[in-house]
Design a binder for this molecule. Structure first.
Ligand code: NDP
Ligand code: OXD
Length: 309
C-alpha cells in the first residue's frame, strides 16, 4: 500500500520517518512523484488538490494533515465515497488549550496596556476584575473549543459557549444556533473563536456581531482568518469598540507586509502557531485509521463534507 503526501507547509522527511515507525510496510511517496497511481490508497494532504485526487482509482482514505479541512473541501474535488479524516490528537488539543489560556490571560490581565505604560515609563495600577466576574465565550465547542472552555473554567472564568448543537459541559453555559448568537455575544467580554470555516461561518465576525459584544471586549481568533471581516475588525479596534484583538490566523497567510492589520491598534498577531500537528502523533493516528480500513472498519475522526467540518 502507498501513501501520497502533499503539503508545502509540513516536512515530508519528518512524516516519512514517523510512518516508518508507525506503519513500516507503507510506501511513502511525496507529491508530485506519485509513481504508479493505482498503488496509492491513502492521500495525506494539507495543500488543496483541485482535481488531482481523481487520479488515484484505488484511493481508500483522504487524511487531512490538520484539524481544519476548509481549504481542502473548498478547492479539492473529492472522489465519490472515499472517507476524509482530520487530525484529532491530544498534543494538538493541548497546544490550543495553552494558546487560548495564554491569550485570554493576556487580555484579562491587561498586558497590552501595561506594556504601553512601560514604554512611557508610567507606573499606574489599572483596575483588575476577578476571573469569576470575567465572562469568556468560546465559539465552537468541538474538540479544541471544549478543551479550551474546560481550561478557562478551571482557572475560574465565567464561561459560555456557542455551537450548532446543545452541549452540557460542566461550568460552561451553552448557547446554540443563530437565533441565540446575539444573546451569547452580549455576555462575551473575551470572545474566543474556535469555529471551523464553512459557508455558514465565513465572515461571522463582522461589524454587526462585533457590535453585539460588550463595549471594549477582546477577540481571540485561533481558528481561521476567513471567519473575520478584517476591515470591520480594524474599524472596531480604531473606535475602541474592541479593546484588544489576538489573531493567530488571517485571511491571507503569510499576512502581507503592507496589510493594514499589522498596524491596527491593540492587535497581537501570531503566525498560525496556536497549535501545530506533530508528525509522530499525527502519523500514529493516520496509521491507526489505515489499519482500521484494512480491517474493514470505519476510520476515526471522519469529516462530514456536507457540514464542512
Ligand atoms: P470540531 O469540528 O471538533 O468543532 C467545531 C465546533 O464548531 C463544533 O462545536 C460545532 O458545533 C461548531 N460549529 C460548526 N459550525 C457551526 C455553526 N454554523 N454554528 C455554530 N457552531 C458551529 O473542530 P476542532 O475543535 O477540532 O477545530 C476547530 C478549528 O480550529 C478547525 O476547524 C481549524 O480551523 C482550527 N484550528 C486552528 C489551529 C491553529 O493553529 N490556529 C490548529 C488546529 C485547528 P457542533 O458541536 O454542534 O457540531
Ligand atoms: C489545523 C491548523 O487545522 O493547524 O490543524 O490550522
Amino acid at each position: 500500500m502507498s501513501l501520497i503526501f502533499c503539503s508545502r507547509a509540513d516536512d515530508p522527511d519528518e512524516w516519512r520517518a514517523a510512518f516508518a515507525e508507525s506503519l513500516p510496510d507503507l510506501e511513502f511517496r511525496i507529491w508530485p512523484d506519485v509513481g504508479e497511481a493505482r498503488d496509492v490508497e491513502v492521500a495525506l494532504v494539507w495543500d488543496p488538490m483541485q482535481e488531482q485526487l481523481l487520479r488515484f482509482p484505488n484511493l481508500k482514505l483522504i487524511a487531512s494533515l490538520g484539524a481544519g479541512v476548509d481549504h481542502l473541501l473548498a478547492a479539492t474535488t473529492l472522489p465519490d465515497g472515499v472517507p476524509m479524516t482530520r487530525i484529532v490528537d491530544g498534543n494538538l488539543t493541548q497546544g490550543m488549550r495553552e494558546y487560548v489560556l495564554l491569550q485570554t490571560l493576556f487580555c484579562h490581565r491587561q498586558v497590552s496596556a501595561y506594556m504601553a505604560q512601560q514604554k512611557q515609563q508610567v507606573w499606574r495600577q489599572l483596575g483588575q476584575p476577578f476571573a469569576q466576574d470575567r465572562r469568556v465565550g468560546v465559539m465552537g465547542l468541538g474538540v479544541l473549543g471544549a478543551a479550551a472552555a474546560e481550561a478557562l473554567h478551571q482557572i475560574g472564568f465565567a464561561v459560555r459557549s456557542w455551537s450548532r448543537r446543545e452541549k452540557s459541559q460542566p461550568g460552561v453555559e451553552s448557547f446554540t444556533g443563530l437565533e441565540r448568537l446575539d444573546e451569547f455575544l452580549a455576555g462575551c467580554e473575551i470572545l474566543v473563536c474556535l469555529l471551523p470555516l464553512t459557508p455558514d461561518t465565513e465572515g461571522i465576525i463582522n461589524r454587526r456581531t462585533l457590535s453585539a459584544l460588550p463595549q471594549g471586549a477582546c477577540l481571540i481568533n485561533g481558528a481561521r482568518g476567513g471567519l473575520v471581516v478584517e476591515a470591520d475588525l480594524i474599524a472596531a479596534l480604531e473606535t475602541g469598540r474592541l479593546s484588544q484583538a489576538v489573531l493567530d490566523v488571517t485571511r491571507e497567510e503569510p499576512l502581507p507586509a503592507d496589510d493594514a492589520l499589522w498596524r491596527a491598534p491593540n492587535i497581537t498577531i501570531t503566525p498560525h502557531i496556536a497549535s501545530v500537528t506533530n508528525a509522530r502523533s499525527g502519523a500514529r493516528l493516520v496509521a491507526d485509521n489505515i489499519r482500521r480500513i484494512r480491517a474493514g472498519e470505519v476510520p476515526h475522526h471522519l469529516v462530514d463534507p456536507k457540514a464542512g467540518y
